[in-house]
Design a protein around this ligand. Structure first.
Ligand code: HAM
Length: 436
């Protein structure tokens, strides 16, 4: 009989018959939990400190949101989106490559700004089909903040100061702030015409990407990573020369606030960012190894681009994995939290007592690992030691018969072993812990 065709064929396998994760998508294991939770805690504290409320949007959105929001001629929309057709209704859906467009959609859908500006933040996985390398993954995590319906330069500066506070709280090595002003659409249009004229006059020096972008999105040519085009790009017309008074005033005000808070700023006229929704201020934070750990800016046009009434928006997103790498270099202990107690038990009739002891200790707020899988006392003590627990509660057949459990110090070899009945165990263990 013919075998039925597999609905989901096996993915490429790297090791014999063993299935592996999708390329560029990482498992985050308990050993890194300490690092992640330190980051998450610092983020929640800083966001609360500036009055930002958390928003959680779906991981899937309609493809049109990103095509309209991020822009058709951008790397993300042209080649990095995980887009598929929902086989049940034919909708085109996309795993979110970023979250600004989705947060703006959610704010519009729920009329969040009806009573004035809103400060929002989010944290979660994003998906881009990029070539995986250090600091660049296909599933990665962002923490972002978005301020809606607040047009003034104070917000741009506040978002930047918020980032600086987070870097300080996390103890990061110095990261450099670069900012630029992209002006408004009419100013960019005049600059754009000048850019096209300039690049057309040097068409023979353009690489394939630049030739393709020349008429669709010439500003992105300035962002080239191709060293052969550096000189050409350096000589291109500068957007700063096309800015009107209001744009200049906005940019000056942002810088003045940052200066008043002693935050050093580098103005980089070539900073354009890879998404189409920006106007006025854009900024990036760059780590000592050259990787951008955070990017953002003002995106007033985005709200109209996705069908809302004209309004204002400004925000940033942090590449979490990139920040964790900086923290890791500086953090001696990256293992997950150790339990307080490891319960060792062997012999008939000891398992039930082991469960009871562990549950009583947990009732008292202690973190307890109950040994699983049997084995001799010796092998169980090895496990107890490796777990990092402070104490072992020991239950053999004698203890089970007498109802007296032994409590043994695992970190201080000179400490005396003690015994206790099950009722007094939580108190004895807590006293032991407090003596440390
Ligand atoms: P973005 O520059 O595309 O901006 O991404 C922000 C940050 O996410 C980057 O600076 C980088 O640290 C991290 N990142 C991006 N792609 C990857 C990747 N493949 N692997 C690892 N990390 C990555 C945005 O996404 C905008 N939504 C930022 C924003 C918010 N603008 C205004 N509000």
């Amino acid at each position: 009989m013919a075998r039925p065709r597999r609905l989901y064929p096996d993915p490429p396998m790297a090791k014999g018959n063993q299935l592996r994760a999708v390329r560029g998508m990482n498992d985050i294991l308990p050993g890194d939990e300490g690092l992640w939770s330190r980051f998450d805690d610092a983020v929640s504290d800083v966001m609360a400190g500036y009055g930002y409320g958390r928003v959680r949007t779906p991981i899937l959105e309609h493809t049109g949101l990103f095509v309209r929001g991020i822009g058709e001629v951008t790397d993300i929309v042209e080649k990095e989106m995980y887009t598929f057709t929902d086989s049940l209704n034919g909708d085109s859906l996309t795993l979110r490559p970023e979250n600004t467009a989705a947060v703006v959609r959610a704010a519009m859908e729920h009329n969040l700004t009806y009573d004035g500006p809103k400060r929002l933040w989010y944290s979660g996985p994003m998906f881009r089909h990029e070539r995986p390398q250090k600091g660049r993954y296909r599933q990665f995590h962002q923490v972002g903040a978005e301020v809606l319906a607040a047009p003034g330069p104070e917000v741009d500066a506040e978002l930047i100061l918020l980032c600086q506070r987070l870097w300080d709280d996390l103890g990061l090595p110095p990261v450099r702030l670069e900012i630029n002003c992209l002006g408004q659409s009419d100013e960019r249009a005049a600059h754009r015409a000048a850019l096209i004229q300039y690049f057309e006059a040097h068409a023979d020096q353009l690489d394939a990407d630049a030739s393709r972008r020349l008429h669709a999105n010439p500003l992105r040519i300035l962002d080239t990573k191709n060293p052969a085009m550096r000189e050409l790009v350096d000589g291109a017309p500068n957007l700063a020369d096309y800015l009107g008074d209001a744009s200049r005033a906005h940019f000056d005000a942002v810088q003045a606030i940052l200066n008043s808070q002693n935050l050093p700023v580098t103005v980089n006229h070539q900073l354009v960012r890879g998404l189409d929704y920006y106007n006025l201020t854009v900024f990036e934070w760059i780590a000592p190894d050259g990787l951008t750990i955070c990017g953002g800016g003002r995106y007033d046009p985005l709200i109209e681009m996705i069908g809302g009434k004209p309004s204002a928006g400004c925000g940033f997103a942090i590449g979490v994995e990139r920040v964790l790498e900086l923290m890791r270099a500086d953090m001696a202990v990256t293992r997950g939290p150790s339990p307080d107690v490891y319960v060792v038990h062997t012999g008939s009739g000891t398992a039930a007592l082991g469960f009871t002891a562990a549950e009583r200790l947990r009732d008292a707020g202690l973190n307890v690992v109950l040994h699983a899988g049997g084995g001799s006392f010796k092998s169980q003590f090895k496990r107890a030691d490796a777990s990092g627990a402070h104490l072992a509660v020991v239950i053999g057949e004698d203890e089970a018969a007498s109802g007296k459990l032994a409590v043994k110090h695992l970190r201080d070899r000179n400490a005396q072993q003690q015994t206790s009945g099950i009722e007094d165990l939580p108190e004895l263990v807590s006293n032991f812990m407090n003596e440390e």
